[in-house]
Design a protein around this ligand. Structure first.
Ligand code: HEC
Length: 138
């Protein structure tokens, strides 16, 4: 009886969290207009906070768990020499433009199933800001 009650409580807590992030559990990618309005300064702060654990971005900087991201905006996927990309990345045919970056950052495994990047950005605005920041580094 008690266990059943707990189960119900857990299920509703889970769904409340999922609902807060809209359908599915990830952010809606920003629209073209929202990306154009992205703020690179805010993007820099967000990058520092959420991406820099795994990525560097300055040209020639030593890579971390993920590839260095200098020049990634506008480039083809998986072009950093010597980086051990997943097979999924090596086989994918994507150009990292505004739209593909937005979709990837919102839900990496939906854009490249099998990717080792196990990290999604939860806020639409933050995705737009980070893209503006990536575009400053190319
Ligand atoms: C927990 C580590 C981790 C975090 C945090 C992370 N990434 Fe990644 N990222 C990776 C890995 C690993 C790859 C390589 C994926 C593969 O080979 O499947 C990658 C790949 C990428 C790529 C494609 C690079 C290429 O050469 O094609 C982009 C763009 C990218 N990440 C952007 C970001 C941004 C922006 C953030 C912050 C919002 C971020 N990542 C956060 C680990 C991470």
């Amino acid at each position: 009886m008690r266990a059943a009650f707990l189960g119900v409580a857990l299920v509703s807590a889970c769904c409340a969290i999922a609902a807060a992030h809209g359908p599915g559990s990830h952010a809606t990618p920003p629209t073209r207009e929202e990306i154009v309005a992205g703020d690179a300064a805010r993007g820099a702060a967000a990058f520092e906070k959420v991406c820099s654990a795994c990525h560097t971005i300055e040209k020639g900087a030593r890579r971390r768990v993920g590839p260095n991201l200098f020049g990634v905006a506008g480039a083809r996927i998986a072009q950093k020499e010597g980086y051990p990309y997943s097979e999924a990345f090596r086989k994918a045919e994507i150009v990292w433009d505004d739209e593909t970056l937005a979709e990837f950052l919102a839900a990496p495994a939906e854009v490249v199933p099998g990717t080792k990047m196990d990290w999604a950005v939860r806020e639409t605005q933050q995705i737009a800001d980070i893209i503006a920041y990536l575009k400053l580094h190319r």
